[in-house]
Design a binder for this molecule. Structure first.
Ligand code: NDP
Length: 485
């Protein structure tokens, strides 16, 4: 309780001098008995928590979600139960590969993570500004991210590694094409769409499920930066997107997105022409049109960046009844990796921090751990089953059962057409957009020293669309390999 503006130590005692260290005489050495000084320096050394390995640079904002369409036929999620219902939320946008102090306006996917504080617990929708991803099995994720990070010897970014990995992982072609297109550098965080990217399952009151994909469409319109403008801004104001989001909200210009879902009957998953759980593919909107769900508005800035944005912990496994996962192999890996990252980075009790805490009461038998700063369950019963009226499970909230069959093996996906959808994207671009795409790719691939890597990647572009591959090859002064033609 603050009753005046008296400066205190971290244990609450008044501080007599916060400007001068205690020394043995005016020119003498500093004394170890100056415990306030020791605590101040030691705390300062510990001001940083480990940086996120990916998505380190980000900006966040509070807001709300309002339901605008009746989706109760598909999900029993309480926050979606009524038109007009509002749920508070927190969003964190980020780049992926750069460090905490890196520039915002670089070519990189953007993280688009939303935490809904629902009455049934928190629901995290941890997506990107792209509908697909580079890889489709989490076992490749650490290798992929290594190629996006720095070379172990030079500590420099390494285009050779980037294109080596991509050219040997053709499932990345669709996302690489999006990344190298105009949408690879959004003008601001406000001017981009968001996607859940993975397939999820919605389950209704009767226990009937559907597969879904989420799309947040920006109401500000899509706006992008060219490579040249992005590079210029990165030098002049590396925090451009962070500043834009904060200032827009501060002046009352609240950014908003409409949320839509695509809905696929469960049985279609066996017959659809692409594997609907493969996160390198989209579901064509001609097959599964967008259905409106609601609207997200960001209308309040964080009070404190560290407490709210840096300590925010999102995970695709933070689910509520009515929303479930799919067998997407990338999603399945993320269900472990995200919570684990937060246990390491913020601590085992990260859920209890104000920004992460559920708005409803959390009741379970977890106790203790570092930084347990609430009453740790007091004297209440701390095991289950028990005879002392402790909290119990509610069977209606079990995950829905479904049938699986097959051989336990590491077999990958059945569908390996990595070219059609990347080609569809190329073909929907205007001539100007295509020219910029080619220019961006040529610029990014030019520093690759190994010609074999370049030719392998050109082969992928060619298979997506012969014009696409031919133009990249021409830009790099190379010929389409004979075996690809
Ligand atoms: P549709 O014509 O029904 O949809 C095209 C989609 O592409 C729209 O979502 C549109 O979103 C988006 N789009 C338009 N211009 C660009 C661009 N320059 N860069 C990236 N996306 C753009 O076709 P399909 O659903 O059959 O998909 C065709 C191709 O569109 C796919 O292969 C995929 O590459 C791309 N795409 C598909 C999405 C999907 O969920 N089906 C989502 C995003 C892209 P908008 O007009 O709002 O910008």
């Amino acid at each position: 309780m603050t009753t005046n503006n008296r400066l205190t130590t971290s244990w609450g005692a008044p501080v007599g001098d916060n400007q001068n260290s205690i020394t043995a005489g005016s020119r003498g050495p500093t004394l170890i008995q100056n415990v306030h000084l020791l605590e101040k320096l030691a705390h300062f050394n510990r001001e940083r928590v480990p940086e996120r390995v990916v998505h380190a640079k980000g900006a966040g904002a509070h807001g709300y979600f309002e339901v605008t369409n009746d989706v109760t036929k598909y999900t029993k999620a309480k926050f979606l139960s009524e038109i007009g219902k509002r749920t508070p939320l927190f969003v964190r946008f980020s780049t992926v590969a750069g460090e905490n102090g890196s520039a915002d306006s670089v070519r990189d996917p953007r993280g688009f993570a939303v935490k809904f504080y629902t009455e049934d617990g928190n629901y995290d929708l941890v997506g990107n500004n792209t509908p697909v991803f580079f890889i489709r099995d989490a076992i490749k994720f650490p290798d992929f991210i290594h190629t996006q990070k720095r070379h172990p010897q030079t500590h420099l970014k390494n285009p050779n590694a980037v294109w080596d990995f991509w050219s040997l992982s053709p499932e990345s072609l669709h996302q690489v094409s999006i990344l190298m297109s105009d949408r690879g550098i959004p003008a601001t965080y406000r001017h981009m769409h968001g996607f859940g990217s993975h397939t999820f399952k919605w389950v209704n009151e009767e226990g009937k499920g559907v597969w879904i994909k989420y799309h947040f469409k920006t109401e500000q319109g899509i706006k992008n930066l060219t490579e040249e403008v992005g590079t210029k801004i990165a030098g002049e104001n590396p925090d451009y997107h962070t500043e834009d989001l904060f200032n827009s909200i501060e002046k009352g210009d609240y950014p908003a997105w409409k949320l839509y879902v695509q809905i696929m009957p469960l049985e279609d998953a066996d017959t659809y022409r692409f594997d609907p759980f493969d996160v390198t593919k989209v579901w064509s909107q001609k097959d599964y049109p967008l259905m409106e769900v609601g609207r997200m508005v960001l209308d309040r800035n964080p009070e404190n960046y560290f407490a709210e944005v840096e300590q925010a912990t999102f995970s695709p496994g933070t689910l509520v009844p009515g929303i479930d996962v799919s067998p997407d192999k990338m999603l399945q890996g993320r269900l472990f990796a995200y919570h684990d990252a937060h246990r390491y980075r913020v601590g085992a009790n990260h859920h209890a921090l104000p920004i992460n805490r559920a708005r409803n009461e959390v009741q379970n038998y977890q106790r203790d751990g570092q930084m347990r700063f609430d009453n740790n369950g007091g004297g209440s019963v701390y095991y289950e089953p028990n005879s002392y009226n402790g909290p119990t499970e509610t069977h209606e909230n079990k995950q829905t059962a479904y049938v699986v069959s097959g051989v336990v093996d590491s077999v990958g996906y059945d569908h390996n057409d990595h070219y059609t959808q990347a080609g569809d994207l190329y073909r929907l671009l205007s001539e100007d957009e295509r020219s910029r795409l080619i220019k961006n790719i040529v610029g990014a691939m030019a520093p690759v020293e190994n010609e074999e890597i370049k030719l392998r990647q050109i082969g992928h572009f060619y298979k997506a669309d012969p014009e696409y591959g031919t133009r990249v090859a021409e830009g790099l002064g190379l010929k389409i390999p004979q075996k690809v033609r």
